[in-house]
Design a binder for this molecule. Structure first.
Ligand code: FNR
Length: 367
């Protein structure tokens, strides 16, 4: 790689301070479920996995989705919990290791709500839950959540946020994307409630708003709260919560008001314009409409594809140009960093001939 390319990636390596979150560069490790935590307890191998990324130039790690204290929050016993002494001790060790390596880390707090997995493989006593007893395919599945269940889950998110602070994490991310529980409230297909948690797009933010408010209450004014949201859902890639910038503004306003510091705007391809007539992507629009810092994500560093026939240099260059234009503040990288813990430093130093490419067999180990 040429010197000019090395210089051109520099904006990705500029430090940034986002209130209390002081980051050495703009590279975020995207949250990725790994299922290497037997009985929900993250062990030394999980700590080493995150530490390797911190040592190798990742500015901020967002952990895999980790489950809040509610019996229906996941159906997979190898996904880490974010409750109970053993799991929390495991997380404390993860934080210690990442900090020793000079990194920053936030947990991604997760409740899956109703999914095919929780429906078809219920290995928990409690039934899976959802806003309206309707699954992501639009089919009837169980009963709508009661107000008491809603209150329990809000409390469990807030306890998770309090524990994140107590364990020394650098902030907390709430998983409000991809068709999981919070997103099931956002989406009209799965939220048909007629109480205050349902209705128009703004009313459907109510559940998230109460979670964010409760988390804010639990962690105080200075602890960073990141919200991940997406238009797309598992199994419905073309789903849209907001069809226009005006609708996106309406959707985001109550979330900002409730106390979100940073929006993690999940898209599958960062270069895709969110709305016709502008090149801005979801993170670009979200920053423009709210004035809040945003994280972009989606296929950075992966092999080029027909919809984007560019090589990796050109793709990273496009990311950097958008970053330098202030379209967004941070860039999350998922599979490329899963495959190669040293992705960030190799990109920084122009050693991309040494990059280990993502293939799905990388999912079978925790290296
Ligand atoms: C993910 N993704 C994801 N997202 C999330 O919010 N919470 C999660 O737990 C997971 N789990 C997960 C596991 C695996 C194996 C993959 C590949 C992805 C989505 C991820 O954070 C990211 O948004 C996408 O992978 C797109 O980024 P890349 O991989 O194209 O850089």
């Amino acid at each position: 790689m040429s010197i000019s390319h090395k210089q051109s990636v520099q904006p990705l390596f500029q430090p940034i301070t986002l209130n209390q979150l002081i980051l050495s560069n703009r590279i975020v490790m995207a949250p990725m479920t790994r299922s290497f935590s037997p009985n929900g307890v993250p062990g030394a191998d999980v700590a080493a996995y995150y530490r390797r990324r911190a040592e190798n130039g990742v500015g901020l790690i967002v952990t895999e989705g980790t489950v809040i204290d509610h019996p229906a929050a996941t159906g997979d016993p190898n996904i880490p919990n974010f409750h109970g002494e053993a799991a929390l001790n495991g997380w404390a060790h993860v934080v210690k290791e990442v900090h020793k390596a000079g990194g920053k880390i936030v947990p991604q707090l997760w409740h899956v709500g109703i999914t095919r997995r929780t429906r078809s493989e219920p290995n928990l006593d409690a039934p899976s839950i959802s806003p309206s007893g309707i699954d992501l395919m639009g089919e009837k599945a169980g009963e709508p959540m009661t107000e008491a269940e809603i209150a329990d889950i809000i409390k469990a998110f807030a306890e998770g946020a309090a524990n994140a602070k107590r364990l020394g994490f650098d902030g907390v991310e709430l998983h409000g994307a991809h068709g999981y529980l919070i997103d099931q409230f956002f989406w009209e297909k799965t939220n048909r409630r007629t109480d205050r948690y349902g209705g128009d797009l703004v009313a459907r933010t109510r559940f998230a708003v109460e979670i964010i408010e409760a988390c804010r209450q639990a962690v105080g004014p200075d602890f960073p709260i990141i919200l991940r949201f997406s238009q797309w859902k598992v199994g419905s890639y073309d789903a849209k919560l907001a069809k226009t910038p005006e609708e996106l503004a309406q959707f985001l306003a109550p979330l900002v008001e409730a106390g979100v510091d940073i929006f993690d705007c999940s898209t599958r391809r960062f270069w895709e314009p969110e709305f016709p007539g502008s090149e801005l992507n979801l993170a670009g629009w979200t920053k423009k409409l709210t004035g809040k810092p945003t994280i972009t994500v989606g296929s950075v560093g992966l092999e080029s594809e027909p919809s984007h026939p560019k090589d990796e240099h050109e793709m990273v260059d496009e990311l950097v140009e958008r970053l330098a234009r202030d379209e967004f503040d941070l860039a999350a990288i998922g599979r490329a960093i899963l495959a190669d813990p040293a992705w960030a430093v190799k990109i920084r130093d122009g050693r991309d001939n040494e990059l280990v490419r993502y293939t799905s067999d990388r999912l079978t180990t925790l290296f």
